[in-house]
Every structure is written in structure tokens, then in C-alpha cells.
Design a protein around this ligand. Structure first.
Ligand code: AMP
Length: 194
């Protein structure tokens, strides 16, 4: 049986971003190791992804990367991980990242990060997942996303109870108590619009 819990991080593959976000990735990776978690991520050595993985490795975490064959070149597959799984496609990547994780943390990122985040959020909405999803809202980076979710609820396109699927941490340190508490709220598939 697996003893340590694994956190899956979704974050940007771009490194051309504000230094505050790069520092947040370093701090997050370090705290993953220091808090006794292992890390699951997209397997690249670029951007915040690479920074997070390197910091987690340096802090003693075991790190699993999951990368599709066709992205190995673009995202520079990390060759210093404890385990690297190369998949045939994006769907297998997301499935394996999901299966091998106990919780999800969203650091600043781009469209790919949003795709990965919403996949797991919608699985929770449908009652297919009960793993916590914590958004690290560094310097208010994700405020527009939070406002969009509020808009979906206010206009009746999402249920109020599903607003809380995304748990919001206002700093990297505050992510960890939220994972430990891990309250997950989700609707059941058959009662989605009752
Ligand atoms: P980005 O936030 O755009 O920098 O992308 C972050 C990570 O998400 C990268 O590893 C991308 O390969 C990955 N990604 C982008 N699009 C998708 C997708 N449709 N499904 C799964 N992962 C994706």
C-alpha cells in the first residue's frame, strides 16, 4: 500500500513570467517535500512546471512526471525524476495524473493549466471525483477565474454548491492545511439540476 500522499500540480509551461510566480513555484515544490508529500506533474522541464519539480526533488519528494510522446521535445522531458511515464496522448496523461494523485493544486498557468483544472472540476461536479482541488491564488493571479465561476453561478449556469469545488488559498503556505482538511463538496450526477 502507498504510504505517502501525492499532490498533482497543474501550472504553466511558460518561464517568461513574473518572478513572483517563479518564486511561488519554488516555494510550493519545497513545501511539497517538506510536508512529506510526493509530487505528480506533467513531466516537463520548462516554466513553472520544471521549477516546481526541481524544488520538490531538492526537498526530498518523489516526483512522477507524465508526458505525452509528442510533447517530450517541446516541454523538454525532465530526466531527473523518480519516474517518468510517456503516454500516447493527452487523455492518457490526464487519466494517469488523476489516478496517481490524492489532491490537485493549481499554480499560475495558461490555457493548458485551465484545461487540466476544469477537467478535474467537472469530474467533481458530476460526482466522479472527490479529490480536493486547491487554487493557489498568488498575488490575485486567479481572481478573473474566480469571478468567472461566480458569474456562471449568478447567471444560473452552475450550481451554487459547485462554487466551492475550487478551494482558494491566498498563499502557497495556506494550500497545505486546506489539503489536510480536504472538505469536498459536489453534486450527484442525477441531481445536477434539481
Ligand atoms: P500551459 O498552462 O498552457 O502552459 O500548459 C500547462 C500544461 O498543460 C502543459 O504541460 C501542457 O502540455 C498541458 N496541456 C495543454 N493543453 C492540454 C490539454 N488539452 N490536456 C492536457 N494537458 C494540456
Amino acid at each position: 500500500m502507498k504510504e505517502k500522499k501525492s499532490i498533482c500540480v497543474f501550472c504553466g509551461s511558460s518561464g517568461r513570467v513574473d518572478e513572483a510566480y517563479r518564486q511561488a513555484a519554488t516555494q510550493f515544490g519545497t513545501l511539497v517535500g517538506e510536508n512529506g508529500f510526493d509530487l505528480v506533474y506533467g513531466g516537463g522541464h520548462v516554466g513553472l512546471m520544471g521549477i516546481t519539480a526541481d524544488a520538490a526533488l531538492a526537498a526530498g519528494a518523489s516526483v512522477l512526471g507524465v508526458i505525452p510522446k509528442f510533447l517530450q521535445e517541446y516541454e523538454v522531458g525532465h530526466d531527473g525524476l523518480n519516474e517518468l511515464i510517456v503516454t500516447d496522448n493527452m487523455h492518457d496523461r490526464k487519466r494517469i495524473m488523476y489516478e496517481r494523485s490524492d489532491a490537485f493544486v493549481i499554480l499560475p498557468g495558461g490555457l493548458g493549466t485551465m484545461d487540466e483544472t476544469f477537467e478535474v472540476v467537472t469530474w467533481t461536479q458530476l460526482g466522479l471525483s472527490a479529490k480536493p482541488v486547491v487554487v493557489a491564488n498568488i498575488n490575485g493571479f486567479w481572481d478573473p477565474l474566480i469571478a468567472l465561476v461566480d458569474h456562471l453561478v449568478e447567471t444560473g449556469f452552475a450550481r451554487d454548491e459547485n462554487r466551492s469545488i475550487l478551494q482558494i488559498a491566498d498563499s502557497v503556505e495556506n494550500v497545505f492545511p486546506m489539503i489536510a482538511a480536504a472538505p469536498v463538496s459536489h453534486g450527484k450526477v442525477d441531481s445536477k439540476w434539481v
